[in-house]
Design a binder for this molecule. Structure first.
Ligand code: CA
Length: 298
């Protein structure tokens, strides 16, 4: 499956976990990585470094649309935890140029805000027909409820909220789309035993463990839990490109609309048919992710 991963790698650690899945799954032909949000060059170097650690320096990495450094998806600490070292040069092309030249039938997994996709559509709408599938981490089609039962407001849908105009432009453009929404991925944890297993893996696995540890200390540790160390929002999105055995899917008419300033995914007669992930066998998926990344998948 030819794939371009469009990512805000470097904020939440799950982008790196998704990149590792794309690198390691035998049925994914990772053609390129494009970065979005904040300092996209820093994010691109992080992706390039992880690709080099994995020995995948033939994957093109292109920096994308930047937003102001104080935008809500930019912590200023992106790249922390990955030591400098050998990496392939970044592409001479911008992410928008790269996406605009995408070959027919290639899948784009967009696991950050939709700014690059929207810019590419604005420049040349033929990307819509050429793209085989747009796999979107985002949207919500039910209550967003944490594992502890806490319900979150719709603006927790970070990838849409960070660039509302980009979300509207990209998600209403007419791509064949699968939504991997946040109400499902919030139910999809990476657990302590998974990150501990990564520590016994190869260089890439150990690098991922460091990134998870940093993310956990920064975000989840204060919640008093030690078992849930991250959430597999972006890895589930990449997984759904090649293996949907962990999820249930409904075909629903979806459109994106601002409601009280928040971009929301709406299901009604004016929407365009899309695949929507409605549930996940989270434990089976996390174990599968680990087996793919650690090379024990068969
Ligand atoms: Ca992301």
């Amino acid at each position: 499956m030819p794939l371009v991963l469009d990512t805000d790698i470097g904020s939440d650690c799950d982008d790196a976990l998704a990149l590792a899945l794309a690198i390691r799954h035998p049925d994914v032909d990772l053609r390129a990585v494009t970065t979005v949000s904040g300092d996209t060059t820093v994010r691109a170097h992080l992706a390039a470094r992880l690709l080099a650690i994995a020995g995948a320096t033939d994957v093109e990495v292109a920096a994308g649309v930047r937003v102001d450094a104080d935008a809500p998806n930019w912590s200023g600490r992106e790249g922390e935890g990955v030591e400098a070292g050998h990496e392939a040069p970044l592409s001479d092309r911008s992410a928008v140029d790269l996406l605009g030249a995408i070959d027919s039938g290639v899948t784009i997994a967009t696991v950050g805000m939709q700014s690059n996709i929207a810019a590419a559509v604005t420049r040349d709408a033929s990307i819509i027909e050429r793209t085989g599938l747009l796999a979107v981490m985002g949207g919500s089609f039910g209550p967003i409820v944490s594992l502890d039962g806490t319900e979150h407001p719709p603006d927790r849908d970070w990838n849409l909220v960070c660039d509302p105009e980009g979300a509207l432009d990209a998600l209403n453009a007419g791509f064949e789309t699968i939504y991997v929404p946040i109400d499902v991925t919030f139910r999809c944890p990476l657990r302590r035993r998974h990150v501990d297993a990564l520590r016994g893996g190869d260089d890439l696995c150990r690098a991922l463990a460091v990134l998870v540890d940093i993310w956990f200390e920064r975000t989840l540790a204060s919640a008093g839990t030690s078992d849930v160390v991250a959430f597999l929002h972006d890895p589930l999105t990449v997984a759904c490109v090649v293996d949907r055995s962990f999820v249930t899917i409904e075909r629903l008419p979806v459109r994106c609309q601002l409601i009280e300033g928040v971009p929301r995914t709406i299901v009604d007669a004016k929407g365009r048919d899309a695949d929507v992930v409605r549930s996940v066998d989270a434990d089976a998926f996390a174990d599968w992710w680990l087996s793919v990344v650690m090379g024990t998948f068969s």
